[in-house]
Design a protein around this ligand. Structure first.
Ligand code: GDP
Length: 195
């Protein structure tokens, strides 16, 4: 994708109505600090449009990035490190649930998982919760630059196995540092919504 224009077009808060947007939406979910802002910046070829922070617990908003007046990359609020079950019942869960159910233009959800670790019980619960909302997320394994080359395949298999993914479900290695996966992610998006 040649990026001609990117713009943070809309930011909505917890109590807002889910807006009807004119272009297809691709949403990104993940635990705080998993590398979601960095991934969105890498996709848009911008250094700091999406806010990167070393600290978890940013404001809970849904951010719509307009790319080329063609699609939106939608930054869902990051969930915390506490029990996901608690968050799902809380404001966070209500907001994301509302988004997943009501956004008419949502085409795909990407769930980011840190490639360095075996998915935690919280990661598994989050994956299953998204599936229970009627959406099968594509898993993006972030920060693969932190792994040795020889470890990558094994870690991908561990993620597949722990999340119980079938071979039909997609798992994409990604690094915002080395840009591994950027083209592949765009190919997935463009495969659904060609330029
Ligand atoms: P978010 O909370 O999920 O939006 O995560 P951020 O994008 O703010 O990143 C959290 C931290 O991880 C920051 O210190 C980033 O610099 C770092 N980080 C993000 N992506 C990568 C990556 O691909 N490789 C490495 N080595 N660090 C990353």
């Amino acid at each position: 994708m040649v990026i001609k224009k990117v713009e943070l077009e809309k930011v909505i808060g917890v109590t807002s109505k889910i807006p009807d947007m004119p272009y297809p939406e691709f949403a990104f979910a993940g635990k705080s600090n998993v590398g979601k802002s960095s991934l969105i910046n890498a996709l848009m070829n911008r250094k700091a449009l999406a806010r990167v922070s070393a600290q978890p617990g940013k404001t809970q908003t849904i951010n719509y990035y307009n790319v080329n007046d063609k699609i939106y990359l939608v930054d869902l609020p990051g969930y915390g490190y506490t029990k996901v079950a608690v968050e799902v019942k809380a404001k966070w869960g209500k907001m994301v649930e509302k988004y997943l159910r009501q956004s008419k233009m949502l085409k795909h959800v990407f769930l980011l998982i840190d490639s360095r670790h075996k998915p935690s019980d919280n990661d598994i619960m989050m994956y299953e919760w998204i599936v229970s909302q009627g959406v099968t997320p594509i898993i993006v394994a972030t920060k693969t630059d932190k792994l040795k080359r020889s470890q990558i395949k094994g870690q991908m298999e561990l993620i597949m196995k722990t999340l119980n993914l079938t071979s039909k479900e997609q798992l994409l290695p990604f690094s915002s540092e080395t840009k591994v996966g950027v083209n592949e992610l765009w190919e997935i998006i463009e495969g659904i919504y060609p330029e």
